[in-house]
Design a protein around this ligand. Structure first.
Ligand SMILES: Nc1ncnc2c1ncn2[C@@H]1O[C@H](COP(=O)(O)OP(=O)(O)OP(=O)(O)O)[C@@H](O)[C@H]1O
Ligand SMILES: [Mg+2]
Length: 472
């Protein structure tokens, strides 16, 4: 199923009832709201894919609400419902961003048509986004992962992005903290303004103040002209203070002032500069500990920690490994023009076994190398990954699993119970690997798997909707 959740907003009970009964029969999860305020509350609590919105509600007009929805990150699509004779309002709503409209009363079949159309539209949009190829920026903006931990992170991003709140992202190195910061910026109303990153650990103590706040001509030896600092460059947009724990006490005091007053002076300057900057900071050390040790100002810590986001290490969300690996294989395949069909079951198992001290960055590098190593074609084998755990997986006893158990089944036997993947995931891997092996030929892959072509198509549709690349 392409959409999960649909919200119905209508003040007429009979309309809500009829529509939700019909959509539930189609296996959608359905929410209902009888006013705009009610709808706002529902959207706060849950993410919806589609909204059926009455054009006129007791507390406002649909068109106003459309503008609100448009501001939301991952905004749901909207189908407007209007009474007969009010088609003009419907057209107006289409201009304000509604996907389609229905004139009441409408037969249920029309609901099916419009939902299907919306699902198709979203699928195409996602695909073009994923396959738009060279645009690294755009690809970078995709946070892959559907584990509980990742879902929580995405939910926090969705909530905090539209606000002005300062965000502190913490997590181990390589977990995707910078990516999260970019996602927040991209989903905020500052998205068209600058996103400026300062790596607090990489800049020398003597230069960092000028880097942050800029300097006037002649402020120090070598300052032969006025220079704008990163805070000035970020005016109107977002600044990312990467590895904030590395900032010296003197600078911490100045940062606190910028955070509180949004103002500062350039080095060697006297005039006060005002900026409008949203601050996001990252750290891979526990700042609380640094505070306890007296290395980091407590007041600055509180000021930064208004909205903390914890990004869990990859080993705590192993469910994401197959998805992220597949995504990086697709990227590397495009980048290097190498024909690789995917991961062999043994290679996947080696990835699942590994502890990933370098987190997603390590996975990305490892996959890129493995893809190049596999340039002869076929699936990535464990040897190409160069992981220590291969020895264990190859040593897995297989005699005890005589009985026609295939290689996939056998190779999972050596996994620790908590690493055993859900059936759905094994099925997905198996289907996609088979499809790759048949060069994307669905009929032949379905035959090989012993499933109908229809089942095959349905499965692939699900994967695609979940943003998983399908071998062509
Ligand atoms: N969920 C994800 N989906 C796709 N790519 C990811 C994901 N998480 C991280 N990456 C990729 O992994 C690499 C490392 O991510 P990033 O630089 O954001 O990590 P970091 O937490 O800032 O690390 P460090 O603390 O070392 O700066 C990047 O190439 C990023 O695009
Ligand atoms: Mg980083």
């Amino acid at each position: 199923m392409a959409f999960d959740r649909i919200l119905i907003v209508d003040d007429e009970r009979i309309v809500r009832r009829a529509l939700s009964t019909w959509l539930r029969k189609r296996n959608y999860q359905v929410g209902a709201a009888e006013s705009l305020q009610d709808a706002r509350d529902s959207l706060q609590q849950l993410a919806y894919d589609l909204i059926f919105l009455d054009e006129r509600l007791p507390d406002g007009e649909g068109s106003e609400f459309l503008r609100e929805i448009a501001q939301m990150p991952d905004a749901p699509m909207v189908v407007i419902m209007t009474g007969f004779g009010n088609a003009d309002a419907a057209i107006q709503c289409m201009r304000s961003g509604a996907f389609d409209y229905l004139i009441k009363p409408f037969p249920n079949e029309q609901v099916d048509v419009v939902v299907k159309k919306a699902e198709d539209y979203r699928r195409v949009r996602q695909l073009t986004r994923f396959y738009s190829g060279a645009d690294e920026q755009q690809q970078d903006s995709l946070l892959i992962g559907q584990s509980g931990g990742m879902k929580q992170v995405k939910d926090l991003i969705r909530r905090v992005a539209p606000t002005q709140a300062t965000v502190l992202i913490h997590g181990e190195s390589g977990t995707g903290k910078e990516l999260i910061a970019k996602e927040i910026h991209r989903n905020s109303d500052r998205r068209d303004q600058p996103f400026i990153r300062v790596n607090c650990a990489a800049i020398s103590e003597t230069l960092i103040e000028s880097e942050f706040f800029g300097h006037e001509k002649g402020a120090f030896t070598g300052a032969d002209r006025r220079h704008a600092g990163r805070f000035e460059l970020a005016d109107g947009g977002t600044i990312l203070l990467d590895e904030i724990s590395e900032v010296s006490p003197a600078l911490q005091a100045k940062l606190l002032r910028v955070l509180q007053e949004q103002e500062f002076e350039r080095v060697g300057g006297t005039s006060t500069i005002h900026v409008d900057v949203r601050v996001i900071a990252t750290t891979n050390r526990t700042l609380e500990k640094a505070v306890e040790r007296g290395e980091f100002r407590q007041d600055l810590y509180y000021r930064l920690n208004v909205f903390p986001i914890y990004n869990p290490p990859l080993r705590e969300r192993r469910d994401d490994i197959p998805l992220i690996a597949r995504y990086f294989i697709e990227l590397a395949r495009r980048q290097h023009g190498v024909e690789v069909t995917g991961l062999s079951p043994e290679a996947l198992q080696a990835l699942l076994n590994h502890d990933w001290p370098g987190n997603v960055r390590e996975l990305r590098n490892l996959i890129e190398r493995a893809v190049i190593m596999t340039s002869g074609g076929g699936a990535i084998q464990p040897a190409a990954l160069g992981l220590g755990s291969i020895a264990e997986s190859e040593a897995a006893p297989d005699a005890s699993h005589g009985n026609g158990a295939g290689p996939t089944v056998r190779s999972f036997a050596s996994l620790a119970p908590e690493n055993l993947p859900p059936l759905e995931e094994v099925e997905r891997e198996h289907i996609l690997t088979t499809l790759s092996a048949y060069q994307g030929n669905r009929t032949r892959a379905a035959e090989r798997l012993g499933i109908s072509l229809r089942t095959m198509r349905n499965k692939l549709r699900q994967y695609r909707d979940a943003g998983i690349p399908i071998p062509q």
